[in-house]
Unconditional design. Structure first.
Length: 265
């Protein structure tokens, strides 16, 4: 690898998942080899996802099935970041209303809080996507927030990409609670900074590179966090989209895929 190759400029890669390292059930061509090369050169790896519905173990297992051999501690989810944010808002042992899957409930529990599904006694609300979320859940959140509970959203992605097309994402359900309460949540996931900052901190990284396929989440998150970024054209955003942005919102690098890491961009 050339001494001035892109990989040599950074001590960590904060990698988005869908559209960046894999597409659905298949790895993006060249991605497995690029991640393996980064590991061989001592570059830290964090697979960073806004998806709060799956546990870190589920994410790591999926990545390993695709050939990435991901360790559990290489995964950073917005559920982890959202639960961690609670530590700055409410005392240990506080009751927290959870809107989300059991994976989010577990992240709240292991940080020393008492998860609940009811508004009564809740000092905070943490909201992540769950396909089983109901009107009753949203109503409990509205009651708690109106009573003064802190509100953390794991992410505010308006849509969720699936084989059937774009479905309502967590941001769409956050919007319902926002309308009902007139309040704004603190946000953990990209393009907010907590998820990226926590991922970099967990590695002790001083020169992290954020890698993703979306300008509005991955790259904007890097801009907000003051981190360099690489947009790969294997997912949502295009080179034309980049050209339409003001200079200060553009990625540091743009490349066809992750194989650029071993080369000059």
């Amino acid at each position: 690898m050339p001494s001035d190759a892109l990989l040599n400029r950074y001590d960590a890669l904060l990698l988005d998942l869908d559209g960046t390292v894999y597409r659905g059930r298949e790895a993006v061509p060249g991605a497995v080899e690029a991640v393996a090369s980064a590991r061989r050169h001592g570059v830290g790896i964090r697979f960073v996802t806004n998806n709060a519905s799956r546990s870190p173990r589920e994410v790591a297992d999926h990545l390993t099935e695709l050939g990435f051999n991901a360790a559990l501690d290489e995964v950073s989810t917005s559920a982890q970041a959202g639960a961690e944010m609670l530590s700055d808002l409410v005392p240990e042992g506080a009751t927290v209303l959870v809107l989300g899957t059991d994976a989010l409930v577990e992240e709240v529990r292991i940080r020393g809080f008492v998860p609940t599904r009811e508004a009564h006694g809740a000092l905070a609300v943490v909201q992540g996507l769950s396909p089983d979320l109901s009107w009753r859940d949203l109503a409990e959140a509205a009651v708690a927030i109106r009573a003064g509970a802190h509100w953390v959203a794991c992410n505010v992605d308006a849509t969720l990409p699936t084989e059937r097309g774009l479905l309502p994402g967590n941001g769409s359900l956050v919007a319902a609670v926002r309308t009902a309460t007139g309040q704004e949540p603190l946000v953990a996931g990209k393009p907010a900074t907590p998820l990226l900052e926590q991922a970099a901190k967990s590695l002790g990284a001083e020169r992290p590179l954020v890698v993703g396929d979306r300008l509005d989440t991955d790259i904007l998150g890097a801009v907000h966090a003051g981190m360099d970024s690489l947009l790969v054209l294997t997912g949502v955003s295009t080179a034309q989209d980049v050209e339409a942005l003001p200079e200060e919102l553009r990625p540091t690098y743009v490349a066809a895929d992750l194989t650029v890491l071993d080369r000059l961009p």
